[in-house]
Design a protein around this ligand. Structure first.
Ligand code: FES
Ligand SMILES: [Fe+2]
Length: 415
């Protein structure tokens, strides 16, 4: 197949008459960025309901490989079992002990450290390790509780509710970027989590605009041009922008140079670009010709979140004896700390109840798109379906959808 000359050829026509180009946008209220009620709605209507990207398949390659992720007050465990990757609620069915604390690993059985229930790699309760086996005990009804799981383009998705909007429709034009940058085949060579004391949306804003590069990121600004950038108008629940890499450099790294081959399907015009594409609500991809980044922001409370950052490279490069991702990691790890400081201080600033939002520039269209999308998801409450969503109205003891959904699943299994 011949290579397209640019990503613009592969995606839908870009509308030059967008309303944002006429007026720009504005930020939102103090309550929207810091409020408890807004947080509850987001956890219920977005994180408790929609398909959420949670991992990359390269981290779960072999049978028995697992990873964990805390979402809201809950935790999920991804396990590569005999039928592929499946997510479970990460707690022991006996009395609720959190089964796995480590971020990743590989085991053929998982032992609960409280009373030694043992689960196999398919989530089935294998043994009670001799602690007891009463006449009424039914092992098959006491396995780990599954969470809906799908894989697209090498990304693992989960949904806590039964009425999540269609995953493929939500992904819209994301597939074009995933295909060109060979996302399903890449290897995650580094993963790092960062705690951030700010609302998650402020981080989502920050990582989706390059306006702050000259003030915040000396190294990044030397290599990339914040002034030669633009916003895409993409189909699906995705937003995105592009930004050019300055002449004389071929890799977004501390050195700006790399001997890595550009990925073969990346269009000529995109070899000197970063394509920043976000799967809403919370996963940003930085697609470059020689590596790809995945960067999630996961809300914990109205004022805290954590960022999970992966760096992925093509296996034809990672197989080389002199492969190193050091210069790439060094740049972004430093930039990340610079960013979190910006986000935390912004959160402290607009924690003032008298915060009045200002005008956004043309370079901040994605900021405005993210807020509009979140606001729309929170306004349009789905009809009550008995899923997690009700947590938000229930107030007491159910901060997040994740709790509510766990209870729903448990009831289903028991019944
Ligand atoms: S809570 Fe896991 S064995 Fe008791
Ligand atoms: Fe930044």
């Amino acid at each position: 197949m011949t290579r397209a000359s640019s990503m613009f050829e592969l995606i839908s026509e870009q509308d030059e008459e967008r309303p944002y180009f006429e007026t720009g946008g504005t930020g939102r209220s103090h309550e929207f960025y810091t409020g408890e009620e807004q947080h509850r709605r987001e956890m219920a209507r977005i994180y408790g309901r929609r398909w959420l990207p949670v991992d990359h398949v390269s981290r779960l390659k072999e049978k028995g490989a697992y990873s964990t992720l805390n979402i809201g007050t809950g935790s999920v465990l991804l396990l590569h079992g005999d039928d592929g990757i499946q997510a479970y609620h990460n707690y022991c069915r006996h009395r609720g002990y959190k089964l796995v604390e480590e971020a990743t690993g590989k085991r053929q059985s998982l032992v609960c450290l409280y009373h030694c229930w043992v689960y196999d790699r398919n989530g089935k309760l294998k043994s009670l390790n001799g602690t007891y086996l009463d006449h009424f005990f039914e092992k098959e009804k006491n396995g780990l509780l599954p969470v809906r799981t799908e894989v697209r383009y090498g990304v693992v998705f989960i949904a806590f509710s039964d009425d999540a909007p269609d995953l493929d429709a939500s992904l819209g034009e994301f597939g074009e970027f995933a295909r060109v940058y060979e996302l399903a085949d890449l290897e995650c060579v580094e993963a790092k989590d960062y705690p951030v004391a700010s609302n998650w949306k402020l981080v989502a804003h920050n990582v989706n605009e390059s306006l702050h590069f000259p003030t915040a990121h000396k190294d990044l600004h030397r290599i990339t041009d914040f002034d030669d950038a633009g916003t895409y108008d993409l189909k699906g629940d995705i937003v995105g922008a592009w930004q050019s890499i300055r002449g004389g450099y071929n890799s977004v790294s501390m050195t700006g140079r790399s001997g890595r081959e550009p990925m073969r399907l990346v269009p000529e015009a995109d070899r000197q670009k970063i394509n920043w594409i976000t799967i809403l609500p919370n996963l940003l991809f930085g697609f470059t010709a020689d590596y790809v980044m995945m960067q999630w922001v996961w809300p914990e409370s109205p004022g805290t979140c954590f960022v999970r950052h992966f760096w992925l490279f093509h296996p034809s490069e990672t197989a080389k004896p002199d492969f190193s991702h050091e210069a790439v990691f060094a740049l972004w790890d430093k930039a990340n700390y610079e960013d979190w400081e910006m986000c935390e201080r912004t959160h402290r600033g607009l924690s003032n109840p008298l915060w009045a939002p200002g005008q956004l520039s043309l370079d901040e269209e994605v900021v405005s798109q993210i807020d509009s999308w979140v606001a729309a998801e929170c306004e349009d409450a789905p009809e009550s379906s008995g899923a997690a969503v009700d947590g938000e109205g229930a107030t007491e003891g159910s901060d997040t959808a994740v709790d509510g959904e766990g209870a729903t699943e448990a009831r289903k299994t028991a019944g």
